[in-house]
Write a protein that binds this ligand. Structure first.
Ligand code: CA
Length: 228
């Protein structure tokens, strides 16, 4: 099956040009010309690599990159105009795997994509895509949580909360830590939302599967741990 590439780039002619070249190389390509739309598309479908422009309408590339990294290890290559080169460090800090300065030769992009895919295969083989505790496993590529072999139907925020707890397992997390890690600047309400979502998760997991998964640290916050 061909790898699925998401291009988020507002320069329509450039996006189209890359699409043609990548399609010719056998990739399956989706284009979004708007930042927010691109981010939403990423959340809806499964992609193997994201080509992400930096300056985009409605949501910039750096922010999209950060948000994607909260939930996924998908390779991200940032595309940026020449005069934006100062942002290189920030781009890599936000979790991008690589960086291309426009204009670039398409061969160069194809080569970097192959490198990104190879790295994914090497460092990110199955185990790295899966975050787990007890008998819960979270596939960060498919964005799917399972209890044993049973998939759990979670909303996006429930999934992100569970993943955040799992990534920090065996550590007591304060409400504020959880709030910043999962909601951050997406949400203007208070950290009480954490309690609300922990309750949702407990309904869907602890109660449904009849086991204690999410622990309360009295007066502090919440945690999950490896063993029962
Ligand atoms: Ca742009």
């Amino acid at each position: 099956m061909s790898e699925k590439i998401l291009i988020i780039e507002d320069e329509a002619s450039l996006a189209r040009f890359i699409e043609l070249e990548l399609t010719f190389e056998g990739y399956s390509v989706t284009i979004c010309n708007d930042g927010r739309e691109g981010y939403e598309r990423f959340n809806k479908e499964e992609f193997d690599l994201v080509l992400l422009d930096l300056m985009l309408p409605s949501l910039n590339g750096m922010e999209i990159c950060r948000r994607i990294r909260r939930v996924s290890n998908v390779p991200i290559i940032m595309l940026t105009a020449k005069d934006e080169i100062m942002d290189k460090v920030a781009g890599l800090d936000s979790g991008a795997n690589d960086y291309m300065t426009k204009p670039f030769a398409i061969e160069e992009l194809l080569a970097r994509m192959r490198v990104a895919f190879r790295k994914v295969k090497k460092t990110n083989s199955k185990e790295n895509d899966i975050v787990s505790f007890m008998d819960i496993s979270i596939d960060t590529r498919k964005m799917l949580a399972k209890v044993g072999k049973t998939p759990v139907d979670l909303t996006k925020k429930e999934y992100e909360l569970l993943l955040y707890l799992a990534k920090n397992k065996n550590t007591v997390l304060t409400r504020e830590q959880i709030f910043n890690g999962v909601w951050g600047y997406d949400y203007l309400g208070g950290s009480n939302i954490v309690d609300v979502y922990v309750r949702y998760l407990r309904t869907k997991i602890d109660e449904k599967f009849g086991k204690k998964y999410i622990y309360t640290a009295r007066g502090t916050g919440y945690f999950v741990k490896d063993e029962e």
